[in-house]
Structures are given as structure tokens and as C-alpha cells.
Design a protein around this ligand. Structure first.
Ligand code: BDR
Ligand code: CA
Length: 314
């Protein structure tokens, strides 16, 4: 059994990562915090409650997190990929669940203390909430077993600039604070997420073989992904498939053995005109002052997709 604390800017691929974890037999989700990224943290919270309903999930606390990055200004919702509402403009019923009204850092620390040494923290959006928690509670990092973070790129081009990926570029300072915290961090970036694709064929298969308890979730995924693929096409992908960003990070949290990992001393570029949000690693004999971070550089993508799909039919 793996205990997860999940931090998400609940857009289309975040929601699929959540549905996957919610349907995974060996997972307990102790809480979900939301952050501004694909959409604002409040809307991400609304989406999260609806996703919990879709999965008939138990009463998992959902806490609304930071509304703005630490130093940047948020550029507004990424509607061309995630729709006006963050979930591909799919209209899901309003949820009767309510948020846990608690400061996000207090909640994160409370969970970290309650499950000290056990929690895997999975981040699917900018790292604002985690950085604020580390600033407020310097011991937070010591209580978390591992962080698995969707973001960054080492060898691939970026997706919001030539060199930067959306989550890390969304709050570079927060990312650098988390990188320098000394926590055990595995990043799952564009190096592996771009080449791991979910095809129309996969979704059609899921529609045929899904278990009955996943019917609503799979219908939702079909609709949300139709929108998402159109947005991805604008980024030069095909209409027949889309990259798996956040769902692959969730796979990495649960099945790290599928990934090839490199450890590097790493920092995040927090300034500059062209490179803000870029991951900078140093392999020189006398490297710069930095902590080691683990990077997923390759993945067994067939098995990763198979594990993802299996949660909905086994
Ligand atoms: C990341 O940015 C967001 O659009 C996705 O949800 C994912 O977390 C990919 O760069
Ligand atoms: Ca995300």
C-alpha cells in the first residue's frame, strides 16, 4: 500500500492521473491540494471534487492552495489545452462535497507529521504550495518519503519556451526551493512524457473493456481527451494521440522500476529573458552548489501505458 499526498492544478491530464490513482488497488490518497497553473487553484479544487465523485471516491480532504506563484504573475488559464473550466469544457455535475477550509501549508505539514516517513508527495502542477510549506515548516521535507514531480526537461525542447516546461516555468523560484530542500525528488519531465502517448485506440479499448465502476470515468476521459488532443495538435502533435504528462508521473510514483533515472546536481533558472524555468544541471568535476535531483530519462512506455489502462479494467 502506498500513501499519496497529491498536489494538482487539476486540468485534463491531472484529472486522468487522479482517476488512475483513485482506481489503483494499492493506493491510499490522504489528501489533495490544489495550485494555480492550468487553471486557478479554486477552479482546480472544484474540478477535483467532481473527479472524486466520478470515481465514487471516499471522503478525501481537498484543500485549495496558493493562488499566485511566489514571484511571477500567473498568465491565466491555459484554455487551448484544458478548456475554460480546466477539464476540457466537459460539464460534470456539481459536487455535494466540500473543501477542507485549512491553510494549505498547515494541511501539508499535518499530513506529513501524521504519516511521517511514509508519504509519497506527487506534484502535477507548479511547486508553489510545496515551496511555501518548506519555508514555513523547514522540517517538512524530512517527513516526506519521496517527491515525484511532473515537470522540466533535460534533453527535449520545452513546451512553454525553447527550454522550459510549463510546471517548472510556472513558478521557477518555488521549484528551485524544492530542488535545494534536500528531499528525495524524482522529476518526470518532457524527456519521458512526450514519448509516452495515449492513442484514440487506447481510449476505444478502454470504452469496451472497462469495469462497470469506471463507466462514468471513462466517458469523461473520452470527452476531455478529445478536447485535449486538439490543443496538443496545436503544439505539433497528431490528432490520434496525446502525450501523457501527469498520468506518467503517477505511474512513476507507483511503479518507479519502469524508469531509467539519472541523478544530477540541479538548479532552476529563475531569471533571464529566454531561459526562465529551465532545468540547469552541472556535470563538471567541480560543480556548482546544488543538491542532487533524480531525473527520469527513459521509460518502458508500453508497460507504463498498460499499467495506466489496467487500473480501469482490473
Ligand atoms: C504540465 O503542464 C500542464 O499543462 C499539465 O497538466 C502538466 O502538468 C505539462 O507540461
Ligand atoms: Ca498538471
Amino acid at each position: 500500500m502506498i500513501r499519496l499526498l497529491i498536489d494538482a492544478d487539476t486540468g485534463v491530464d491531472d484529472s486522468i492521473a487522479l482517476l488512475y490513482a483513485l482506481n489503483h488497488a494499492d493506493v491510499e490518497i490522504v489528501g489533495i491540494t490544489t495550485v494555480t497553473g492550468n487553471t486557478d487553484s479554486e477552479q482546480a479544487g472544484v474540478n477535483t471534487l467532481k473527479i472524486l465523485d466520478l470515481a465514487d471516491a471516499p471522503d478525501i480532504p481537498v484543500v485549495i492552495g496558493e493562488r499566485q506563484p511566489l514571484e511571477e504573475k500567473w498568465h491565466g488559464p491555459v484554455t487551448f489545452i484544458h478548456g475554460e473550466n480546466g477539464i476540457g469544457n466537459v460539464q460534470l455535475p456539481d459536487s455535494a462535497r466540500s473543501f477542507r477550509r485549512q491553510d494549505v501549508s498547515d494541511f501539508m505539514m499535518e499530513m506529513a507529521e501524521r504519516y511521517a516517513g511514509e508519504l509519497v508527495l506527487v506534484t502535477l502542477g507548479p511547486l508553489t504550495n510545496v515551496a511555501r510549506t518548506l519555508r514555513r515548516y523547514p522540517d517538512f521535507g524530512k517527513k516526506i518519503r519521496r517527491v515525484v514531480s511532473m515537470g522540466g526537461t533535460l534533453n527535449m525542447r520545452g513546451n512553454v519556451s525553447p527550454v522550459a516546461e510549463a510546471n517548472f516555468a510556472g513558478d521557477p523560484r518555488a521549484c528551485d526551493i524544492v530542488f535545494q530542500s534536500g528531499m528525495d525528488i524524482l522529476t518526470v519531465g518532457l524527456d519521458v512524457t512526450i514519448k509516452t502517448r495515449l492513442t484514440v485506440g487506447h481510449v476505444e479499448l478502454l470504452k469496451r473493456v472497462r469495469k462497470e465502476s469506471c463507466r462514468k470515468a471513462v466517458e469523461y476521459m473520452d470527452q476531455a481527451l478529445t478536447y485535449y488532443r486538439k490543443g496538443s495538435r496545436d503544439q505539433n502533435y497528431s490528432l490520434d494521440d496525446c502525450p501523457l504528462h501527469d498520468p506518467l508521473a503517477m505511474v512513476a510514483a507507483l511503479h518507479p522500476e519502469l524508469f531509467q533515472i539519472q541523478r544530477r546536481k540541479a538548479r532552476i533558472e529563475c531569471g533571464g529573458t529566454y531561459c526562465k524555468g529551465m532545468v540547469v544541471t552541472d556535470t563538471r568535476e567541480k560543480p556548482f552548489q546544488a543538491e542532487y535531483v533524480s531525473f527520469a530519462v527513459d521509460v518502458d512506455r508500453e508497460r507504463a501505458v498498460a499499467y495506466l489502462l489496467a487500473a480501469f479494467w482490473e
